[in-house]
Design a protein. Structure first.
Length: 409
């Protein structure tokens, strides 16, 4: 691979970041490249778009040795997404499905409302008491909320356990470090900001109360074996110079609106299950987190059964985004859809729509990404019955240049 393609791609992504503050999710490359990108006025969008198309054509035509085919395909996929994102910044309107395909290499199939209705019917049988399913779900959730003064203790315990379980299967950098900050007024519930050199800052949004299951979800998704580990391994095994890494400089930057995000979010969500499979998760929450939060451990198993159905309802986010972004639903209707099918409160639905306003079709990377990653791992033999292989296939995926199309998803 001609190293200029890789370095020019990195500099291009940094330059696009001047036009979209959300675009550069992480950067661990040479400081002078970032300084150069941030100096002076932003480069015009049309010039950046022409450069992106030129780079894509050059990489597509480049002949590489067999052991670098994945590298070329990765760079082509990422550059294709940069071209599409620049088109968005220039005013082009994509449909929900076209945008998802252009940026994340998948075309999300429509999930019929009947699928959600069936999950709601099952929840109707699980949730006790009077009222609608949504009302009973919210009452059950209230019993699983972590009191504000115990959030940090619960979260730190969840992180410690997730880290310990991950370290049994992954050799992390000696500098491995993960710091937690609590914030408000954000469109997301939590965010991992990778700092380079095996360190991350995770910010947890306290705008909405945190349920006990979300504490563990966020610890694993944002931390171990999720985003923190994903970024650290890519840096350690691929971006860093030999002999430790491969010296592939394109892995020093992570553009958020790109195929990489489906792998990143999908593995971060599936990684929760890899680290805490089935009964092991229930046992840890019941025996450690519920008491630490001052909650009744007897609520752990019923709440786990409810959360299994919520996995199905997670796809309601995609359909709300599809209708809202394509113009079939106005804001009020989209929020009402989320209240009905994801069982959120009005405030929670408004916050989720705020996320969709900002990140648009990115929502597919969580639920669809998880489903596709799970399918990939299981096709390689990484099933629940073989946890060691499951971990091995998972770690190989989060430390490789594979993207959705390369995986055959």
């Amino acid at each position: 691979m001609h190293t200029d393609w890789a370095s020019n791609y990195v500099k291009l992504v940094l330059a696009v970041g001047r036009h979209d503050a959300n675009f550069v999710d992480a950067y661990s490359g040479p400081p002078d490249w970032r300084a150069a990108a941030e100096a002076g006025d932003p480069r015009p969008l049309d010039a950046l778009a022409a450069e992106a198309r030129g780079l894509l054509e050059g990489v597509a035509a480049w002949e590489v040795p067999a052991d670098e085919t994945l590298r070329r395909d990765y760079l082509m996929g990422q550059l294709g997404a940069v071209v599409a994102h620049l088109a968005r910044l220039q005013g082009r309107r994509f449909s929900f499905e076209d945008e998802a395909e252009a940026l994340y290499q998948v075309r999300p199939s429509r999930v019929p409302e009947g699928t959600f209705d069936a999950a709601l019917a099952r929840l109707d049988q699980l949730l006790e008491g009077p009222g609608s399913v949504q009302e009973r779900y919210q009452r059950a959730r209230e019993r699983a909320l972590v009191p504000a003064h115990r959030v940090d203790a619960v979260f730190q315990a969840a992180i410690a356990e997730a880290r310990e379980r991950t370290r049994r299967h992954v050799l992390l950098p000696a500098s491995d470090h993960f710091r937690v900050e609590y914030v408000r007024d954000k469109p997301w519930s939590a965010y991992n900001w990778y700092q380079g050199q095996g360190t991350s800052v995770i910010q947890v949004n306290l705008d909405q109360p945190i349920s006990i299951d979300r504490a563990l979800d966020l610890a694993a998704h944002e931390g171990y074996p999720g985003h923190h580990v994903y970024n650290a391994l890519l840096e350690q095994r691929i971006a860093q110079a030999p002999p430790g890494g491969r010296g592939w400089v394109e892995f020093t930057v992570y553009p958020l609106f790109s195929p990489q995000s489906l792998i990143a979010e999908g593995t971060a969500n599936f990684g929760i299950e890899v680290a805490f499979p089935g009964e092991e998760r229930l046992a840890f929450e019941r025996d450690v987190l519920f008491p630490l939060a001052g909650l009744d451990p007897a609520e752990a198993e019923p709440w786990a059964l409810v959360q299994a159905e919520m996995k199905v309802l997670a796809f309601a986010d995609n359909e709300a985004a599809r209708g809202y972004l394509d113009g079939g639903l106005d804001r009020a209707a989209a929020e009402a859809f989320l209240v009905r099918y994801s069982l959120r409160t009005g405030a929670q639905a408004a916050q989720r729509l705020r996320f969709i306003d900002t990140y648009r079709s990115y929502v597919i990377n969580y639920n669809l990404g998880e489903q596709l990653v799970r399918d990939w791992v299981e096709r390689q033999g990484g099933t629940v019955a073989d946890p060691a292989r499951r971990w091995a296939i998972f770690v190989d995926l989060i430390s490789s240049p594979r993207l959705p199309r390369v995986l055959g998803l």
